[in-house]
Design a protein around this ligand. Structure first.
Ligand code: CAO
Length: 555
């Protein structure tokens, strides 16, 4: 049986706006899970389910005006039968009676408080000149320990009546604390992150238009008299929802001045993600920032990739190089620009480590030389690369996590049962990485043919999309060019790449004498989230064994 979720006691407000809906029909909710966010001109508040169970329906829409007791959703209580429901109904009735009694008590108390305030405030109305006014945390209705999340003023600032001074936030609500008088800020007593409670001194003001020179003595719940004259709650308290129409929002940040219009859940999300809400464009009602805006902001900053200053990185200063000599501006080719984006993304997202080693390929090179005549007859040039790719396939079968990707949350390996090896090719337009499919099933002749074929296609811009997709591991050979080692960047979402440098002849101690051996430098870069150092060391050592004695490739 469905039960109603209702708007709880929200102070003396009777018409507040639904600004965000956080759950939908079918959702399983816990007692404390927020269902929606309501907001008045001064405060926003998450409304929790209050009943754990499955939501049957949401009865309000964004923009609706709601008041205490209004049904906002229907829920089927988790793990109850009808008998329980009856019991619950009785409990509810009792609770409702208690709540009403509480509310009456509060009203009485509030009325008394108002009378006191009225008296306290009377001398102020007669005053003229300047007066020192202390603005304190008002009755915040729930938690006695809330956090200051924004300080909108500093000493020396001139503020108007109702200008925002400080925003405080608890687990469930954020509240703007405005200045109750126009004047000059003498001292700010809190900073962002300060824990405060009812009565904590926030700001001292030199208020204009009053003559008393001594600091106004403050009692908790007493501050300056507002313009309103009707009797209700102590007027100095920033109100919980009071009226639905939201006038100009002045949630200014301490350093900016740009307006921030967002609820507690959004502010919390922004803080968790390190997002400055002043930079976020709100898509909600009247420009209110909603969670999706924060997420879209983060996404666009990440997608900006190479853009200066992204993701909180310090930006590289723009320099006018023409001050130092003649310059020419040349656009990056499309391939180079796309490559730059991919490389940057991989470099930023994957913790790269590179394992260097040297492999004795003397026997491999002798064997390769022996194939020269046959190769000429076949019209195929055999380079070390074909053997290296073959050896990689063997090693990848023995070390499956190298032929894998991590899933989005880096919680699972996606192990690939195919061995499609990407091969970095240097072209005049930039680097491309065509893929040799099922390289493990191909012999040295077939691999050699395909290496030449793909390199030619790459240089003649003849590669199709399918030639560039599906790689599970990559090899980047700078052997023909030179070098003793380098740090290749992983072709994400792959988790490893093997860099090859130039073979050189080196003296090797064979136990009796130094003998000349051909040594091939290997540089394996790996994603340290997926692969640890010992595994990388073993993988490279195994590659060394296979390349040092290529008969093992036949085993
Ligand atoms: N050490 C010494 N000589 C080597 C060698 C090595 N590790 N690897 C290849 N060579 C030799 C070849 O045997 C060949 O010599 P011969 O003509 O005398 O037989 C010569 O160098 C040229 O080889 P190649 O370039 O024609 O063929 P390849 O199979 O070695 O490489 C390809 C093909 C496409 C990978 C390569 O041409 C290429 O573009 N490499 C650049 C890749 C790159 O830019 N990587 C950096 C990316 S950043 O991570």
């Amino acid at each position: 049986m469905s039960e109603d979720i209702k708007i709880p006691d929200i102070g003396d407000a009777d018409d507040v706006e639904v600004v965000e809906i956080l759950a939908s029909a079918g959702d399983e909710v816990g007692e404390d899970d927020p269902i929606l966010v309501i907001e008045s001109d001064k405060a926003s508040m998450e409304v929790p389910a209050g009943i754990a169970g499955k939501l049957d329906s949401i009865e309000v829409a964004i923009g609706d005006k709601v008041k205490e007791g209004q049904v906002i959703a229907k829920v089927s209580r988790a793990g109850t039968d009808d008998a329980d429901s009856e019991g619950d109904a009785e409990d509810d009735a009792e609770q409702a009676a208690d709540a009403k009694a509480d509310a009456d008590d509060h009203q009485e108390h509030d009325d008394q408080q108002d009378d006191e305030d009225q008296q306290d405030d009377e001398p102020d109305e007669e005053a003229s000149g300047t007066e020192t006014v202390e603005v304190r945390v008002p009755d915040i209705g729930e938690a006695d320990n809330v956090e200051v999340i924004e300080v909108a003023v500093k000493a020396g600032d001139e503020v108007g009546e109702d200008d925002l001074l400080v925003v405080v936030e608890s687990d469930k609500a954020s509240m703007e604390i405005p200045s109750t008088r126009a004047g000059k800020v003498v001292e700010v007593h809190v900073s962002e992150g300060s824990a405060v409670e009812e009565g904590t001194l926030l700001v001292t003001l030199e208020a204009s238009g009053a003559s008393s020179s001594s600091a106004k003595s403050e009692k908790p719940k007493q501050a300056e008299k507002p313009k309103r004259s009707e009797k209700a709650k102590p007027p100095e308290q920033p109100k919980p929802p009071e009226k639905a129409e939201r006038p100009d929002t002045k949630a200014q940040s301490d350093s900016g001045g740009a307006e921030v219009y967002a609820g507690p859940a959004v502010r919390r999300l922004a803080r968790e993600l390190g997002v400055d809400l002043r930079a976020v464009t709100g898509s909600g009602n009247r420009g209110r920032i909603v969670k999706d805006d924060v997420k879209a902001h983060v996404k666009s900053r990440l997608q900006a990739g190479g853009g200066a200053g992204t993701a909180g990185l310090p930006s590289i200063p723009e320099v006018d190089f023409s001050k130092f000599g003649e310059v020419e501006t040349q656009a990056l080719s499309r391939i180079r620009a796309r490559g730059a984006e991919n490389l940057h993304r991989s470099w930023l997202n994957l913790p790269h480590v590179t394992q260097h080693d040297e492999v004795d390929v003397t026997d491999l090179e002798d064997f390769r030389a022996s194939l020269k005549r046959e190769g000429e007859e076949r019209g195929v040039k055999v380079t070390p690369l074909a053997f290296i790719i073959k050896a990689c396939c063997h090693a990848l079968k023995e070390f499956p996590t190298f032929n894998a990707s991590l899933d989005k949350d880096a919680k699972n390996f996606i192990l690939k049962r195919y061995y499609h090896i990407g091969m970095a090719v240097d072209t005049p337009d930039g680097l491309v990485v065509p893929v040799i499919r099922d390289a493990d099933q191909k012999g040295i002749w077939a691999l050699s043919e395909e290496i030449v074929e793909l390199a030619e296609k790459a240089r003649n811009k003849k590669l199709g999309v399918s030639d560039l997709q599906g790689g599970s591991f990559s090899v980047s050979s700078l052997g023909p060019i030179g070098g003793t080692g380098f740090t290749p960047i992983i072709n994400a979402p792959e988790v490893a790449i093997l860099g090859i440098s130039r073979v050189t002849v080196r003296p090797h101690w064979d136990g009796n004498a130094f003998v000349p051996r051909k040594m091939l430098p290997l540089s394996l870069s790996y994603d340290h989230r997926a692969i640890n150092g010992a595994e990388a060391g073993r993988f490279v050592a195994r590659l060394g064994e296979l390349l040092a004695d290529i008969r093992r490739l036949a085993l």
